[in-house]
Write a protein that binds this ligand. Structure first.
Ligand code: TYD
Ligand code: MG
Length: 464
């Protein structure tokens, strides 16, 4: 009697497994993401990544004996520097031996370019670059465009996982790059390449290879909005580091963000510029994000914000105009629209500005998304500036959070923000007068620190 083929349902967003179809994934809450796949044979190559037997296989690589921490020699956790200052920095100082890093991003953002630039810019680093998307000739073409032809970089165009691992064991590279995890497949799993069980199985086998051989593995993963292929979220718990490539594929600037890092801090961010010859590191992002013009324009204010541990100066633009229809429009690009509404309500209630009959448009320069509450003060200043049509000096910046009663609240790491503003030649910075006394002390550099308690005080200081 023919038995029915066993299948399971996976969520393409988070990889959650379910015996039946569900409209909404109970694990991540996404709608319409469950896909049916053949049930992976548990015996094949150790089963799925989340089974205990698989986890034991990872650990068996190391000596499986409880040891006191002080006996463990940590000097062997050497880091491989990649010759790319920004990438090394967000990894926490280079790649850790035997670690697995995932770079995720939308198609066309520059993942392949970034990963191919690593061996090309790091002379003598023996790298095996496996591509399941491009032929060796296409990779060569790209390498030529990127201005490098490093003989230490070996290129392999292959999609079968078992072959990739065989070649890697043969070649013994110092770094293995797999572009992309969704295009490779294992014979041990029945479903198609890019399905949840394939992606998991391939990543787990590559992780085992990384741990056994001590070779760092760099995986590239696509993110698609429609969820037709399994996204990097499925892999997040398997890999050691997750870097996310963001930005507008039509714009020049790309942001690489660390969202998980077992060997360094998260919330780190690096900015790259896509040029005709590949990605260029932008080691001082403030330079591109603050105004280049010297004219006195209204509606522009500079915020001293932080992203992770790094201070940033960024231009904020607001346009306030009379509403053409009954309900005024509010539009925020790169900023939370609800928070903008809150700030406008505070301005209306606490400072007496009649904004209810005005359209307000807000834009963050450079296509960046900001979430630091310290931007509040600059947003309020730019809205007021546009509303009165009075300019703010381009040599002035802001760092403060606005509370519901119109008070200016202190922000963390205000000293670092002030130092960055001083370094970039700003002449004055507005901060909360409730900041710690040491932060408000005058410091070397020509920056004047202006403490203000609330919005009316800001108005008086800026526009009177
Ligand atoms: P790519 O690395 O192929 O993206 P991904 O692997 O994330 O899909 O980069 C794609 C874009 O980058 C492509 O639209 C062209 C652009 N690009 C440049 O502008 N300059 C270059 O030197 C290279 C190699 C690519
Ligand atoms: Mg690519």
């Amino acid at each position: 009697m023919a038995t029915k083929a066993k299948t399971v349902w996976y969520c393409t967003s988070c990889g959650n497994e379910s015996p039946k179809w569900m409209g909404r994934c109970p694990a991540c809450g996404e709608w319409n993401t469950m896909v049916e796949e053949p049930k992976p044979a548990r015996s094949a190559a150790g089963g799925s990544a989340s089974t205990p037997s698989r986890n034991r296989a990872f650990l068996a690589v190391e000596e499986a004996r409880p040891r006191p921490l002080h006996e463990i020699d940590f000097s062997d956790e050497s880091r491989l520097t990649l010759g790319n200052g920004e990438l090394d920095r967000i990894l926490g100082g280079g790649l850790v031996e035997g670690s697995m890093v995932l770079i995720g991003g939308e198609p066309g953002i520059g993942k392949s370019t970034l990963s191919l630039q690593i061996p090309l810019h790091c002379q003598g680093l023996k790298t095996l670059y496996v591509s399941g998307e491009e032929s060796a000739k296409q990779i060569k073409l790209r390498a030529q465009r990127l201005g490098g032809d490093d003989s230490a970089c070996l290129v392999l165009s292959e999609t079968l996982l078992e072959n990739i691992l065989d070649r890697a064991r043969e070649v013994q590279p110092q770094l293995l790059i797999v572009d992309s995890i969704q295009t490779i497949f294992s014979e041990a799993v029945e479903s198609a390449a890019g399905s949840v069980s394939q992606v998991r199985e391939c990543a787990a086998s590559l992780l085992r290879y990384a741990k056994e051989s001590g070779t760092p593995v760099l995986l590239i993963g696509h993110i698609t909005k429609d969820g037709t292929i399994a996204g990097p979220k499925v892999l997040e718990h398997i890999v050691d580091v997750v870097l996310q490539f963001e930005g507008d594929t039509k714009g020049a600037y790309r942001i690489l963000r660390s969202i998980k890092n077992r060997f360094g801090s998260t919330d780190e961010l690096a900015v790259f510029e896509m040029t005709g010859t590949g990605l260029r590191e932008v080691s001082n992002p403030s330079e591109i994000l603050i105004p280049m013009h010297q004219d006195n324009l209204s509606g522009v204010a500079v915020s001293a914000m932080m992203d992770g541990t790094r201070p940033f100066l960024i231009e904020i633009q607001a346009l306030v105009s009379t509403a053409a229809y009954g309900t005024p429009q509010r539009s925020a690009t790169g900023y939370d629209g609800r928070r903008l509404n809150m700030l406008l309500a505070v301005l209306e209630k606490r400072a007496g500005f009649k904004l209810a009959a005005k359209d307000v448009f807000l834009n963050i320069a450079g296509g960046l998304r900001v979430a630091d509450p310290a931007c509040d003060l600059a947003i309020v200043a730019s809205v007021l500036s546009s509303n009165f049509d009075l300019f703010i000096s381009p040599k002035v910046c802001f760092a403060g959070e606005v509370g519901l009663s119109g008070e200016i609240r202190p922000v963390p790491q205000v000293e670092r923000r002030i130092a960055e503003a001083a370094k970039l030649g700003f002449e004055a910075i507005y901060v909360s007068s409730f900041s710690r006394a040491e932060a408000l002390k005058p410091r070397s550099g020509n920056i004047r620190i202006i403490p203000i308690p609330d919005i009316p005080a800001l108005c008086r200081s800026l526009f009177q």
